[in-house]
Design a protein around this ligand. Structure first.
Ligand code: XIL
Length: 326
């Protein structure tokens, strides 16, 4: 089976994955790349287009990693969700190591957005313009952007992205807000919905909301909850996508049949929720497909086993469950 082909038959744009190319051994791992090219019609750069790589020094841009990513990960014609422009993390030292005035930091943000989106241009299906800006309680998260510019940074980021793309005639590149913890009904998802509506009422373009969907096995939001949440965004006029799906084990074992079965069920539920809301849920992206390259063990100590393939690149029950859902 080919997950992308199955997804397209169900009116999705694609079934995708993140890949950490060119930063890791994925770049030259022939077996890995073979599975990538067979199954995934969209690839998201796990790191290559982030601020610290694209603008290491103020106004000194380096798009080598991003261009290599597009060359290697996109060679089979995959579409690309470009990721990301404005986030609290993985910033360059020049941004975080000094105190800025609101005006000076706004012009740093503007310059970064203009240069980056204009460089990659129409090669991006979409940009995650603002990433992970809201806390669980609905307040804005602390970041150099919020702490210096205030709530306006959120609106300005979209405005700059919209204007920069218009300047090069790339009106079709979609603008997304991307976050985790907004896959279920609650304070965070309703706050994000409100923010997006406010943005639109100010005449600013936003096309989509990315629901990261970093879940824990056995604690995945229910089908009804995931469906209702996606519907609320769609009813507000947005498209949605599952952008970073992985479902990790909080502790060992990762590979016994019993726990694998629950993980498969949780993957099925998440993919099914996207299909259930119709073609305005445009696709599902997993945050890498292979346990050997997953970001989970490096970020959550003792946790892992989150992907569709195990660490020797064998398809797990979760893979077959996704194929079945599709
Ligand atoms: C992660 C990458 O996978 C890691 O390699 C990196 O060290 C940290 O960032 N939410 C996001 C992604 O939006 O950019 C993050 O990616 C995972 C969580």
């Amino acid at each position: 089976v080919d997950l992308n082909k199955l997804a397209q038959r169900r009116e999705m744009h694609w079934f995708g994955t993140a890949a950490d190319i060119p930063n890791t051994a994925e770049t030259t791992d022939a077996a890995y790349l073979k599975v990538l090219r067979k199954n995934f019609g969209e690839v998201t750069p796990a790191n290559a287009m982030k601020f610290m790589y694209t603008e290491p020094e103020q106004n000194v841009f380096n798009f080598t990693a991003g261009d290599e990513f597009l060359e290697i990960a996109g060679r089979h014609g995959a579409q690309i969700r470009c990721h990301n422009l404005v986030w609290a993390s993985q910033l360059s030292d020049f941004v975080t190591s000094k105190t800025w005035t609101k005006e000076a930091l706004t012009s740093v943000m503007k310059n970064h957005i203009y240069k980056t989106v204009q460089h990659f241009g129409k090669r991006c299906y979409s940009w995650d313009v603002v990433n992970e800006a809201i806390n669980g309680d609905g307040s804005f998260s602390s970041s150099v952007w919020y702490n210096t510019i205030g709530e306006d940074y959120f609106y300005l980021a979209f405005k700059f992205a919209q204007d920069a793309l218009a300047e090069i005639g790339a009106h079709d590149v979609k603008l997304y807000y991307n976050d985790y913890g907004i896959e279920n009904q609650g304070v965070k998802s309703s706050t994000v919905l409100q923010l997006v509506k406010n943005l639109r009422s100010r005449g600013i373009r936003i096309d989509g909301v990315g629901l990261e969907s970093h879940f824990i096995v056995g604690e995945t939001p229910s089908l009804a909850d995931q469906v209702a949440t996606k519907r609320a965004y769609i009813e507000a006029g947005l498209e949605v996508a599952i952008t970073e799906l992985d479902i990790r084990f909080a502790q060992v074992p990762y590979y016994t049949p019993a726990v694998q079965k629950q993980q498969a069920q949780d993957y099925y539920t998440s993919v099914e929720s996207c299909l259930n809301v119709g073609p305005r849920c445009i696709g599902v992206v997993v945050w890498d497909f292979d346990d050997a390259y997953s970001w989970v063990p490096g970020t959550f100590a003792g946790q892992g086993g989150a992907c569709l393939f195990n660490n020797t690149l064998e398809a797990k029950p979760a893979f077959f469950a996704v194929a079945e859902a599709l």
